[in-house]
Ligand binder design. Structure first.
Ligand SMILES: [Zn+2]
Length: 232
């Protein structure tokens, strides 16, 4: 009887449709590394065994090289958020290329930034052209709780939990205690609801990503990946 039950369970596991996969989302954190806030966030993510994606600024990597090393060493993904955090919208291609190159060269050895997220998500045709030349897809987001503006962990968490769905890319910032508390509360709440968290590259696995193109979410069941042009 026990054998029959095991066989039945195995059979069920094999024939269950792909839609039975747990909804999966990516937490992304912009503007760091940011000293104690990033350290507290990394502690919380480590405790929960959750991997996220950090869009780092070059001038901050220079300020916190040890935190940058820690982000990479703990299995999180690193993306490029420019060097100065100045908007790339009005910049020349040369200046945009310089912003990216100066940031990438500060990354720990063996670490590659696959995605570019221009500051503010602003994307001009020059940004797209440079990203294409550098073989980088551009990543925006599909859920934005505006954590940097409201500084209220409960409100931020509520906004994300109400809006989130499979394949979403959540935009946050490791720049304040309230953002860190909100991010960890979001992980706890969504984990309890059956969600999984992963890096952007893993979320996008199976999608064909084109350098210079803009992406904002990667739902498991739809192909190709959703592109977007959300402004912030
Ligand atoms: Zn930013």
């Amino acid at each position: 009887m026990k054998k029959q039950l095991t066989f039945l369970l195995l059979l069920l596991a094999l024939i269950l449709p792909v839609s039975a996969q747990a909804p999966t989302v990516a937490l992304t954190f912009d503007d760091g590394p940011s000293g104690r806030f990033t350290a507290a966030l990394l502690d919380g993510l480590q405790k929960r065994e959750v991997k996220a994606t950090f869009f780092l600024c070059g001038y901050r990597i220079r300020q916190y090289p040890e935190l940058t090393e820690r982000i990479a060493a703990e299995g999180h993904e690193i993306g490029c958020h420019g060097f100065s955090h100045n908007s790339m919208e009005g910049m020349s291609r040369r200046d945009i290329a310089e912003e990216i190159a100066a940031t990438l060269e500060l990354l720990p050895q063996g670490t590659k930034a696959r995605f570019l997220r221009p500051p503010g998500g602003c994307c001009s045709s020059s940004v797209s052209q440079v990203a294409k030349a550098k073989q980088m897809p551009i990543l925006q987001w599909s859920v934005d709780p505006r954590d940097w503006a409201i500084h209220d962990a409960a409100v931020v968490k509520g906004r994300v939990v109400r809006a989130v769905k499979d394949g979403d890319v959540i935009l946050m910032h490791d720049m304040s205690t309230s953002s860190v508390s909100a991010a960890l509360a979001i992980v706890d709440e969504l984990t309890a609801r059956g969600f999984r968290f992963t890096t952007v590259s893993r979320l996008a696995a199976g999608c064909t990503l084109r350098p210079g193109e803009i992406y904002s979410a990667f739902p498991q069941k739809s192909e190709p990946a959703q592109t977007g042009s959300q402004e912030d």
